[in-house]
Ligand binder design. Structure first.
Ligand code: NAD
Length: 330
């Protein structure tokens, strides 16, 4: 029987993986460890591997995988910057990812997070916990139908997010390096500055890259409409977090939803209950009642988990059976 090792296992993945194993007549064996040079020995006797890495796979791991006869690594995320694709290719190892697993879930997060801030829920919840039930202008909302929403990055997730906001009757503007003319609910602008200028909600949906590092900085926030809301469920590094906190504290922005934080790696997805947080910027995000921080969960739905688990396992099995897979990256 074909045997696949399932590294970086989360408990909520197991049932989906076991059902897949039954349907495909494959033995799936779980490990809580991530794939690394030191854990490769766990692959002894296995035909393939799927994992959910966060840190980089060490360079020495590739020749060892080759020597063990392992021909692929199937990553169960869209991101793949943890792999050296060229080096993997040199050692005959196909790296694959799951490019899209539930864009609707992330789009719905973006809309929910924006509405949460439009309705000032973080502030209201904090007050109610203090038994303060008063009304004042700082908790007054505006209907979304009267708003302009800017979508930055109009790919799979951005397009769905824009479409949902259009359903509320909002005016939708957008910016993308490669505009998509089929999105008839959206008016493209030529620059990010133009897109954010009149926007009440700015929703980010572009990938992170060296070119757009901290593109949302002090200068960019100064160009936002006064009182705008920012939602970042894209990549942390596109936002200069200190500049964002300042913009919120100065009242330039009404609030922000932060699902991806530029220095999230040591914290997401671990339990720090009762422990000290060393990152002062991170603490400022958490403590600010106009900022809603979530631990990179915009994607986290049953559909996404199913598609990630099955996507990883299918890619591994494809390579084992045919020597190739449609989701290969190198
Ligand atoms: P996609 O490739 O379909 O769309 C990305 C779009 O961004 C493309 O249209 C591209 O042309 C555009 N783009 C690239 N660089 C840009 C720039 N500098 N300025 C403006 N537009 C730019 O990707 P997708 O599936 O829609 O995913 C979008 C992003 O969502 C991902 O890259 C990832 O960072 C993020 N994401 C977050 C989560 C989460 O849980 N928070 C989960 C999955 C994906």
């Amino acid at each position: 029987m074909t045997k696949i090792k399932f590294f970086g296992t989360r408990d909520y993945e197991k049932d989906v993986a076991l059902n897949w194993a039954k349907e495909n007549d494959v033995e799936v064996s779980f490990s809580n460890d991530f794939l690394s040079y030191d854990t490769l020995d766990q692959l002894e006797g296995f035909d393939g591997v799927t994992t959910m890495q966060f840190g980089k796979l060490e360079k020495e791991a590739y020749p060892k995988l080759e020597a063990m006869g392992i021909k692929q690594v199937a990553q169960r995320t869209a991101g793949f910057d943890m792999y050296d694709l060229e080096l993997a290719k040199k050692h005959g190892i196909i790296i694959s990812n799951v490019p899209s697993y539930s864009p609707e879930t992330i789009a719905e997060y973006s809309v929910a997070a924006a509405l949460n801030l439009v309705r000032r829920f973080p502030r209201i919840e904090k007050r109610v916990q203090d038994y303060d039930f008063t009304w004042d202008a700082t908790i007054m909302a505006r209907p979304v139908k009267d708003m302009t929403v800017a979508i930055i990055g109009t790919g799979r997730i951005g397009a769905l997010t824009g479409n949902l906001f259009a359903g509320f009757g909002a005016k939708i503007v957008g910016y993308d390096l490669y505009p998509n003319d089929s999105l008839d609910f959206l008016e493209y602008k030529d620059t990010i500055e133009e897109a954010v200028k009149d926007a009440d909600i700015v929703s980010l949906h572009m990938p992170g890259s060296a070119d757009n590092h901290h593109i949302f900085n002090k200068e960019m926030f100064a160009k936002f409409k006064d009182g705008a809301i920012l939602v970042n469920a894209a990549r942390g590094a596109v936002v200069d977090t200190e500049a964002l906190i300042d913009a919120v504290n100065e009242g330039k922005l009404t609030g922000a939803a932060v699902d991806t934080y530029e220095f999230e790696m040591p914290y997401f997805t671990f339990d720090f209950t009762g422990k000290e947080l060393e990152d002062e910027t991170f603490k400022k995000l958490i403590e600010n009642d106009r900022i809603q921080l979530t631990p990179h969960i915009a994607f986290f739905s049953d559909e996404a988990v199913r598609n990630l688990v099955e996507g990883g396992l299918n890619a591994a099995l494809n390579v084992i059976k045919t020597g190739d897979t449609p989701t290969r990256l190198n």
